[in-house]
Design a protein around this ligand. Structure first.
Ligand SMILES: Cc1cc2nc3c(=O)[nH]c(=O)nc-3n(C[C@H](O)[C@H](O)[C@H](O)COP(=O)(O)O)c2cc1C
Length: 197
């Protein structure tokens, strides 16, 4: 698969097989993230690679509890609104029970924290695609990155005092009839292009 094929055929996977991903595949994906560019070659992205079931379950519980305490309001971003409403029903699983969650943190006072994170996440999703694994950007830990319970738990897991989470990526084998990720690209209706020739 060349780079453009990997880019065009990458799609978000939201249903995963409950089986682990081989260590060497996770390491390749991690390398793809670590070799992403960073502002000023800062290399301050911190990758927390979570595969332990108890830890993933605890995060699911903490995320649900945090959203369940919030109220929806006018003009709220629709995904946050849905997260709140689903959490109030007690059935919210933010990571789709993927067997791997790579959380990307960075220094909270660094101006390119989000940009560096996005480069790393996209690289990891592309490598996952090349390895026939499904992936999905997971934003909830960023929305909740000042939630006291989550922050304290993430610090127990290794998040440093001066870091916050800017995104995470779920990875695993897709639950599809052929076991491969869905690869049919969505139409590009937006993304205006202005050529200046
Ligand atoms: C910044 C960003 C945040 C996203 N957050 C989530 C998320 O929290 N949960 C989720 O299921 N998908 C999330 N996505 C995935 C998008 O919904 C998805 O990329 C988009 O619908 C296009 O579908 P595709 O990835 O299959 O091409 C996010 C994507 C981006 C770029």
């Amino acid at each position: 698969m060349n780079v453009l094929d990997a880019i065009v055929s990458r799609r978000s996977t939201r249903v995963y097989k409950p089986i682990p991903v081989e260590r060497e595949k996770v390491e390749k994906i991690l390398d793809a993230g670590r070799y992403a560019p960073s502002g000023g070659n800062n290399q301050t992205a911190h990758f927390l690679v979570i595969q332990k079931k108890d830890v993933l379950e605890k995060l699911v519980t903490l995320v649900q509890e945090a959203f369940a305490k919030m109220e929806v309001c006018e003009g709220m971003y629709k995904s946050i609104r849905n997260s709140i409403l689903q959490s109030k029903t007690g059935n919210y699983v933010f990571n789709y029970r993927a067997p791997v969650l790579i959380v990307v943190a960075n220094q909270k006072d660094y101006g390119n924290n989000m940009a560096d994170t996005a480069c790393a996440i996209e690289n990891m999703m592309l490598e996952a695609n090349e390895l026939d694994l499904g992936s999905c950007w997971i934003n909830q830990l960023r929305w909740l990155n000042e939630d006291p319970s989550l922050l304290s738990y993430l610090k127990e897991l290794g998040l440093r005092e001066d870091e916050r989470v800017y995104a995470s990526v779920a990875i695993g084998y897709p639950e599809t009839p052929d076991g491969l990720p869905l690869r049919k690209p969505l139409d590009r209706k937006g993304n205006e292009v202005t050529w200046i020739l």
